[in-house]
Design a protein. Structure first.
Length: 141
């Protein structure tokens, strides 16, 4: 349920939620509005806990990472902002810091005009994009 002072944000298109991650063209599919909703949904599970946030060098990664961090923190999540890193580095930091999860802003091998998110839980266990989509749908109800 949305707090009174939080604006309603349109849920991102279902097509960006893949089996293992979230990916789409930046900024058409993956943008501040989309990641705000995704981070808000994840913050429900991570409230009062610590997560690691990392990003790659793609166009838009700084903006997306900043939006995710802001939304997570407003949802009561403590964020370790690792900045620029590789995905394996994020996994290492999640385990090393005993964080409850992590989000990597990356579109991996996709073309440069794409961006996305890889999410993991405790122990760097992957959180599937499809799982996140179900959490996003609950925000709308």
């Amino acid at each position: 349920m949305r707090k009174k002072n939080q604006p309603s944000i349109k849920a991102p298109a279902a097509k960006i939620f893949g089996a293992y991650d979230i990916r789409g063209r930046y900024p058409r599919d993956i943008n501040l509005s989309a990641v705000a909703v995704i981070a808000r949904a994840l913050s429900r599970d991570w409230r009062g806990q610590t997560v690691v946030l990392g990003r790659d060098i793609r166009h838009g990664s700084v903006e997306i990472s900043s939006g995710i961090k802001s939304e997570l923190e407003s949802g009561g999540v403590m964020v370790i902002d690792g900045g620029l890193m590789t995905t394996p580095m994020l996994y290492f930091l999640v385990c090393e810091t005993k964080a409850s999860g992590g989000i990597m802003v990356t579109a991996s091998h996709n073309p440069k005009n794409w961006n996305g998110l890889k999410m993991v839980g405790s122990g760097a266990i992957p959180i599937r994009g499809e799982e996140v989509y179900q959490k996003v749908k609950k925000l709308e109800s």
